[in-house]
Design a binder for this molecule. Sequence first.
Ligand code: NAD
Length: 328
Amino acid sequence: MKMAVFSSKPYDKQFLSAANNGGHSLKFLEPRLTAETASLSSGYEGVCVFVHDELSRPVLDILSSQGCRLVALRCAGFNNVDLVAAQELGITVVRVPAYSPASVAEFAVGLLLTLNRKFHRSYNRVREGNFSLDGLVGFDLEGKTVGVIGTGKIGQIFIRIMRGFDCRVLAHDPHEDNAAKKLGATYVPLETLFAESDIISLHCPLMPSTHHLINTESVLKLKAGVTLINTSRGALIDSSAAIEGIKSGKIGALGLDVYEEESGIFYENLSECIIDDDILMRLLTFPNVMITSHQAFFTKEALENIARTTLGNITEFAGAGTCVNQVK
Ligand code: NAD
């Protein structure tokens, strides 16, 4: 198939080209897919997109008018796609349901350890000849209570790792999973998880029901000094409420790999630019906040799996007109 690959970075080109056994014609385009850039895919049968590409109704309308039949997501989440519009326009949407849940779970643990033990600050201090420990005190993870919201593929690996640290794990998910229970997690109502957890890690998808799950009201219910980690989707947290939570001390540390307004900022080198996002810039001023640029998935294994599944999805759709990884 002739596919226009939006938001292409050098690593996308490298891994997708290596996996392209089916001989699809891939046009690598650097811009993000928006209404303004959609015309770049004119003449292509499908688009291959990532987390910051916009697949709203107006964009899908343009794609459809250009003959697009397939949206191939190079990610698991599909919150950036208007699925109703896609269905009405006869555009099939496929995704990569799982590529390396370990990559994200391990990264969440990395954020937690870094915030707690302040590796980033020690690294810089020691390189400057400052061997003082002032301000670097952390806490033992052993015996602490960890709340895991969303116990799917990533959440379960996170539970396993935290059990390895001898933590007590509380979990919340509308679908309780025996595998998570076997790993040692105890399902509790959200309120209990909020009240008892020293650490909370978010691993649920972004949906209308989870939008701003952490908001002004829920921040008040948290245990004072909680460490909050979000490697899932930015809009699970109301960033303004998080700032107030940090200022009041309710949130003792905040690790974000995702941010609700990350689109157009994350994945770009803006080091020479004035960043027009006062909330993000305020978050970056706190010593107990660590922000990374939607990097949790970024391992060799994940990139290989994403490329292989994405190309496989395109091949399957080209042959059968349907795909096992279709989003409905
Ligand atoms: P998954 O589908 O295996 O698990 C998601 C779980 O969340 C399910 O068990 C589901 O029942 C649960 N859930 C749904 N609504 C909930 C709610 N209201 N409260 C609590 N739990 C709820 O998904 P996964 O592969 O584990 O991925 C989880 C999320 O991680 C994805 O949705 C995606 O947003 C994010 N992600 C981030 C990165 C990254 O690089 N930062 C990479 C991959 C995935």
